[in-house]
Structures are given as structure tokens and as C-alpha cells.
Design a protein around this ligand. Structure first.
Ligand SMILES: C[S@@+](CC[C@H](N)C(=O)[O-])C[C@H]1O[C@@H](n2cnc3c(N)ncnc32)[C@H](O)[C@@H]1O
Length: 256
């Protein structure tokens, strides 16, 4: 069995690898290419804050959000909060690879990690049903399209693809209502749009155990924040939102 120090060292190295921190000087920021087609050396501070579109890292969430995910998972284990972990919007799969490695190094085999994604990028905005998504152009970016095979390949690179990793392929509106998930301890949302955020909350929030975590990666986006605000108001959710960095927030479900 691993020592506690050995576990800590594996987890730290895993985060460094997923975030491409070890080879930091070679990372490129493709977000600057939204308007101009070019690659720029990544600014390390922006990368830490998850404010770039990395060329190489397996996750774009940055160090602060990855550390937050670790804190949530540690709390769940320490306090025996029941349930699986899910991310809705996985891109290259890095945050979920981290969840799997974390569970594996702790010898946990009775929790699954669910990955919900179209594996073909974002949907075009449904402006009639979700006016807040009007004008959003995420669906036009090939950069945000990562296939199921690519994500599974990334898991294999870390030797973390096994039966506890479950893929929900398709649009959230189709996959989440019928997902065979019983309970969740961590619900991590990263789908950028109002529609994607609302579909995730509507279909999965009631499965989150008391003491579980809801993490909203995209809270700074004008498409995402209103969905969170509307859902919390409709459901009378009063647990405080806690800021992670300039982009993301989370809250802890304190009542059933
Ligand atoms: C910003 S990326 C996620 C980043 C990722 N969490 C990471 O660790 O780097 C957004 C992802 O959400 C997916 N997505 C967004 N809305 C979706 C929807 N309604 N249905 C299915 N997939 C969706 C996209 O395909 C894309 O992979």
C-alpha cells in the first residue's frame, strides 16, 4: 500500500502532468487566436488561473480549479459523502482523469467517474428557448471538439481507463435525463452555455448527496451565471457561492 506521502506525491505529479506544468515553457495559448490565427507562448499566471486555451494540457481549468477539485474530493472521502463524481463538459478529459487517479491512489473502487459530453463540441445556441445564449459562438470552434476516442486515449496515457470510468456521449438534454446514476458526491459543470448549465443542474442536482459539492467552472461567463442564478432562485438554494478564482465558484449542498 502507498504511504500518505507517496499518495500526495502521485496526486501532485498527476496535476502537473494534466496541466502540462512540467513543460510550462513550451505551452501555447490558442485563445489569443480567436480573432487572429496565431499561437502565443502561454502566460504562466493566466495558465494558473485557467484563463488560456492550452495547446498541450489535457485540461484548461488551471491550477486553482484543479486544487479546488482535490479539496472537494478529499472532503468527500474524509466525511464519507456518498456518491459518484461527474463532469458535464470534459473536453480532453483532464479534470476527470484527475478524479480517477485520485480515487485509484486512495484504493477507492466503489465510486464511478462519469464523463458527459457530446464529444463533438458545443451545440449551436437555441436562442428561442435560451435567449441568454444568443450570439454565443462556442459551437464554431474546432478546438472545443474532442472525440470520445481521443479522451479514452488520454485516459490510457495515464493508465486510468477502467470499468469505473463511464462515458455519457451525446447532448446533455438527451443523455442526462436517462443517465443511470444513483447518487453524486461531486457535480462539476463545465459546459459554458446557459442551456448546458441548466440541463446539468436540472437533471443532476437532486442526485447530489447532502454534503456533496456543485462546482461551476464557467460562472464568469454571461451565458452561465444567469442559469446558476435562475436555478438557485427557482429551487430556493441559499448555500453560499464560494469563489475559486476569477472564473469559477462552488457551493456545498447542506440540505437534502
Ligand atoms: C470548456 S470545455 C470543458 C473543459 C474541461 N472541463 C477541462 O477540464 O478542460 C466544454 C465542453 O463541454 C461540452 N459541451 C458543452 N455543452 C454541451 C452539451 N449541451 N451537450 C454535450 N456536451 C456539451 C463540449 O463538447 C466541450 O467538450
Amino acid at each position: 500500500m502507498y504511504t500518505d506521502r507517496g499518495k500526495e506525491m502521485y496526486i501532485e505529479l498527476l496535476k502537473k502532468a494534466i496541466l502540462f506544468e512540467i513543460w510550462q515553457e513550451h505551452e501555447q495559448d490558442l485563445l489569443v487566436g480567436w480573432f487572429v490565427k496565431r499561437e502565443m507562448p502561454a502566460d504562466p499566471e493566466k495558465k494558473r488561473m485557467g484563463e488560456i486555451w492550452p495547446k498541450f494540457a489535457h485540461s484548461m481549468v488551471g491550477r486553482m480549479r484543479m486544487d479546488n477539485l482535490q479539496m472537494c474530493m478529499e472532503t468527500v472521502l474524509n466525511e464519507n459523502i456518498e456518491g459518484d463524481f461527474i463532469e458535464t463538459g470534459v473536453w480532453r478529459g483532464g479534470a476527470c482523469i484527475f478524479m480517477c487517479g485520485f480515487l485509484k491512489v486512495h484504493g477507492i473502487e466503489d465510486r464511478k467517474v462519469w464523463l458527459a459530453d457530446s464529444f463533438q463540441g458545443l451545440p449551436a445556441p437555441n436562442e428561442i428557448k435560451y435567449p441568454r445564449d444568443k450570439g454565443a459562438g462556442f459551437h464554431t470552434f474546432d478546438y472545443l471538439r474532442v472525440s470520445l476516442e481521443q479522451v479514452q486515449g488520454n485516459f490510457q496515457k495515464y493508465d486510468l481507463l477502467d470499468g469505473n470510468v463511464r462515458f455519457l456521449q451525446g447532448w446533455f438534454k438527451d443523455t442526462l435525463p436517462i443517465a443511470p446514476i444513483d447518487k453524486l458526491a461531486i457535480l462539476r459543470l463545465d459546459g459554458d452555455l446557459y442551456e448546458s448549465t441548466m440541463d446539468s443542474l436540472t437533471n443532476l442536482y437532486d442526485k447530489v448527496s447532502k454534503g456533496g459539492f456543485i462546482i461551476i467552472d464557467d460562472y464568469a461567463l454571461p451565458t452561465c451565471e444567469p442559469a446558476v442564478t435562475d436555478f438557485r432562485r427557482e429551487r430556493n438554494i441559499t448555500e453560499p457561492l464560494i469563489r475559486i478564482d476569477n472564473h469559477a465558484v462552488y457551493w456545498r449542498k447542506l440540505k437534502d
